[in-house]
Design a protein around this ligand. Sequence first.
Ligand code: BTN
Length: 252
Amino acid sequence: MTEPLKPTMLRFDSIDSTNLEAMRQARAGAQEGLCIVAREQTAGRGRLDRSWLSPRDAGLYLSIVLRPQLKLNVWPLVTLMGALAVSDALRHLYGLSTDIKWPNDVCVGDRKLCGILAETFETEAGSVCVLGIGINLLKAALPPELEALATSIESAAQAVPDAEALLQALLRRLALRYEQLQETDGAPSVLRDWTAVSSYAFGKIVHVVAGAEVFAGVTCGLEDDGALRVEIANGEIKVVRAGDVRSVRSKR
Ligand code: BTN
């Protein structure tokens, strides 16, 4: 039995990146549950070395220090459970029905509402995963060139969101999903839930860029560690552990 996650907050007006601050704090010995929240980030980080635009008060920017009691091979599921927790909170607070683009972009329709960056590293007190979550609250979070690809709660729910209420709802959902992941058979149960809410799990025609490899295929479920299985034209199954997966046209 693992202890329930009890978040403690450290708030900043402005910071380079909440992930970087959470990593600094974890290296200095921060306990599991430390949650860094900032009103703006000056060097917000995204997946695949991209940046994450973080204008003041236009998004929710947070990172939480986790020290999961899990076999290392299932640590990638922390990021999938993070996306589930965000989806749970958005459904609960705004009635939003979301999709999850593999591995962890929370979308409304085809537009991205939330990005998640999990960073894993070693500290003197053991292995750490910093789970960073960025949710677009207001239209102002998005530059015009991203309008076709991304959305905000303001646009999707047609309401100006209360950032604090969302933060609290999200932390509650995260604690529940994290507990689920660490239960006996938690990994298959998180995979089942992720598969049930993501249109990317099965039958999605995708274009994949994974390092130097570029291919197209049809998704056919997840591996035990959350990697995406993609069947290519010759019937071979490619397993994608890192990379960019884009929907080309859905079979559903
Ligand atoms: C992505 O989709 O590329 C992941 C984006 C993750 C952004 C969040 S905002 C809070 C936290 N701090 C960061 O620097 N990045 C994550």
